[in-house]
Write a protein that binds this ligand. Sequence first.
Ligand code: SAT
Ligand code: MN
Length: 596
Amino acid sequence: MPQHRALEQWVDQVARVTRPDRIHWCDGSEEEHQVLVDGMLRDGTLVGLNHQRYPGCYLHRSHPSDVARTEHLTFICTSRKEDAGPTNNWMEPTEARARVGKLFEGSMKGRTMFVVPYLMGPVGSPYSRVGVEITDSPYVVVNMRLMTRMGKIALERLGGSESFVRGLHSLGDLSPDHRFILHFPEERLIWSIGSGYGGNALLGKKCHSLRIASWIGREEGWLAEHTLIIGVEDPSGQVTYMAAAFPSACGKTNLAMLVAPQVLSGYKVWTVGDDIAWMHIGPDGRLRAINPEAGFFGVVPGTSVKTNPNIMAAVDRDTIFTNVAVTPDGEPWWEGKEPTPPDGLVDWRGNPWISVEGPAAHPNSRFTVAARQCPSISPRWEDPEGVPISAIIFGGRRARVAPLVYQSYSWQHGVFVGAGMASETTAAQSGAVGVTRRDPMAMIPFCGYHMADYFAHWLDMGRRIAHPPAIFHVNWFRTDQNDRFLWPGFGENIRVLKWILERVRGQGIAVETPIGFIPTPDALDLDGLGLPDGAADELLRIDSDAWLTEHAEQGRFFDRLAPRLPVQIRQEHAVLHQRLSRLSVPVNATEPPHTP
Ligand code: SAT
Ligand code: MN
């Protein structure tokens, strides 16, 4: 199939080192998919599920030590250490090649090497990019087929160009001691060995579309962000597009597919993307977002017809489940699917489930499904020009500090709000769960360069966008004194989106506070929600002591980024401190300041 010299040379060179038994160039066809699936069913890599109820669905059980991204084994290999910055692990490129290159020697012996050309972004979009992943995992190939535009279509787009991201992946021996996920942004190169899981192995996703793309985006003047993209349709039929950044496993997929409750059924959310956005300044001076992905790799536990009916309707066919439990009828099962677990479950490791030993499905178990199967998919999700973004929303899990929603005063202040973000960790990354970590723009694990330069790039983008989006912060996870969530979340989040929509149109009541514009409790449409007395006030309360502590923690984080930290971030940080010692002043329907 290939007639591409640079690509062929690279494939030959990799084959000489990794020594596979066979090389297969993937075309992305249905026949190829079936052959791969049949092979994996034979060797146990995939387990068939109940094909009456779940046609075309399969289960994959990953190695029990390989169930999430391993950030401590993820490296940025820039020639200068300071370009990777203090928040990334760094390895010197020559050392990285020597150390990890050894692990690739003969790593594909006895296996097939798959060459997987893929396109990130809609076919025909000027913003889309080609990558090629070489992998010895057929599970990776079938996932890449769902998550990207894979095969022939990508080679056609590549044509004779040598400009593609190279990704080399091998399962190696799957041992965490021999696991490395390396990025060489200057060479547009990714090396990943020792993991078959999600973001470690599907190299088009976090490795290419965020770590490498963020580097390219800074060079070329665009943004590669860890954000969902939605269109919010109001009762008049007007659709306003928003991008929202949350750390992994904080509900991006659910927000991207939100279904409004009956009282607000005039509002509809259209899904453009659930995880990543590439945003360019369009000819119209607006920020235009495309979803580089073609599928969803979402967290399964907690998903039900109540929390996300759209994804439930999507994952009942042609879906790959990873690390879920199985019922005796061969149906996939996970915590939160139904209130009571059925008898006779087999757990994610493949053993009879014993509840005291932990959940039946792994907390980071995932579904992989084509985006087009989602009933809420936007008619414009493959618009080659992207959708115009009117609001950027940052968010995280904060039990106490952050209010339900607030709006920044300007682009610069909004960049500071994103830079000051923090969230409590989840099962999406290995390590302790529930620990607060600073996670600016939800990009800490995914920014391929120095975080201070990243803030500078955001500030610079603001100067260049004629009509910049307004910037907000939300927190669905605020709890009361008894650690109970104050906000019901899920479909009810439309109430917050509605206020955001009003604000970007210059409407919506807000009060000016030290941290930004906050809605008055009456400005939020809480009709029919039945929040307990005082809950709305508590959700919107700013606890100045907690904020002063937060301010100090932000300061310690910013200190780590000095001396590259942009002066504007320092200024905003200082101004926040001044404002925290002032009283709130009520204002009415203030036009949000749109100029940076
Ligand atoms: O495994 S992934 O990194 O792709 C999923 C996530 O953490 O968002
Ligand atoms: Mn993510």
